[in-house]
Design a protein around this ligand. Sequence first.
Ligand SMILES: Cc1ncc(COP(=O)(O)O)c(C=O)c1O
Length: 447
Amino acid sequence: MTTVNRQTAHKALNVLRRRVRWFVRPPRVPSALPPMFPGALRMDDQEEAAVVEAVRAVVRSKKLFRFYGLSPFQPSTVRELERAFANRLATRHALAVNSGTSALVCALVGLGIGPGDEVIVPAYTWFSTASAVVAVGAVPIIAEVDESLTLDPADVERKLSPYTKALIAVHMRGAPADMDRLSAFARSRNLRVVEDAAQAVGGSFRGRPLGSIGDVGAHSFQMSKIMTAGEGGMLTTSDGTVHRRAAMYHDTAVCPHLGVSLDDWLPGVNLRMSELHAAVLLVQLGRLAQTVDDMRTRKARLKELVGDRLRARGGRFRTIHDSRGDTSIALIFFLPDPNSAKRVTAALADENVPASPLYQDLAYLPHDHIDLHAFTAWTPILRKRTWSAEGGPWHRHPREVTYSADMCPATLDLLRRAVHIDVSPELSAQQVEQIGAAIVAVLAAHT
Ligand SMILES: Cc1ncc(COP(=O)(O)O)c(C=O)c1O
């Protein structure tokens, strides 16, 4: 059987199995749950009004571009968003861009990272974290995550080379990386720290907003994020040089607006945010604290409901470095072995619980179901493939860097034993109780 036929058969069998299962006993969560689009689900007529107002303002004033237009005194909505975001994070600067990936690229360019440099990234993150490093011509070095599913400081130390210039601490699945240990280590080795807060906008670590602790932060406002305009991103920093360089890169010709002389000008591209996106994001920023609060109360209750049963079955919640700073978009726990995790995830899905595995056997998945968070799926990097025939940043790098699908065994072990449950801010109190009861019952029956 071809791979495509096998995948189709697999999908069809699953649908059939669920239907039969439904007739035997209805699922423990009987109603459809809200999908995991925290920011988008919160949208209402406020966003609509903001867009209508922004359209009206830009059309009437004919100022459709942040830097100039027919009404030079019409304020820029993008600039207003930057000010509000920097204010919330207490950073000196914020630079609005068109995506989280763009924010990462600008952060690396801002730090002066490029060919000949290495940047340490976690083995579990969205592919963009690693591909942004390749985009600036540097070599990504993949390091283990620990039970927090964020960068393991001990492995960062092992992966260090004379060419390491920076590490990217990803606040994965909404929760902070260990910024105390990572920052102290980076300081001791003269490394720069980028925080990838794409999945954790609104989170904090020991009272400091994520994205304001390292040298520079990157945030995403893509459709599935905590605040969203469908697309969008933000770079945050208190380092004036990083901001100036990033601003130059995000706009080919920004230099007149920044007061940069032709002698200091560096080449950029165009990664600017549009005025209309900023209008939506200003409303979403106003909702952020409440959205995060709602996820926190729901996750805390779920942990209360399932904690005892989980521990009795040899399971453990994911380590959270500062639970007060967790945005709580997900409840993740580890079971003692991969087979239990597979059985529990499948049984939870049968109960209508929004559960998913964190590791998948790629051979059996339809293309639109492949999860690009685990490093094993990052084939362009594992196979060192880029856009030029010559072969990208590895080709002229001063040392040979090798990758393999089993290079981070601790990460793979964790991902294979993990069960991930979405925590939507829209879950009703009753749905939270139903999900909790379903998890308890499934753990009892399948572990
Ligand atoms: C951890 C992480 N980094 C970076 C990104 C990239 O953000 P965007 O999709 O806005 O480019 C994402 C988005 O999914 C992400 O989850």
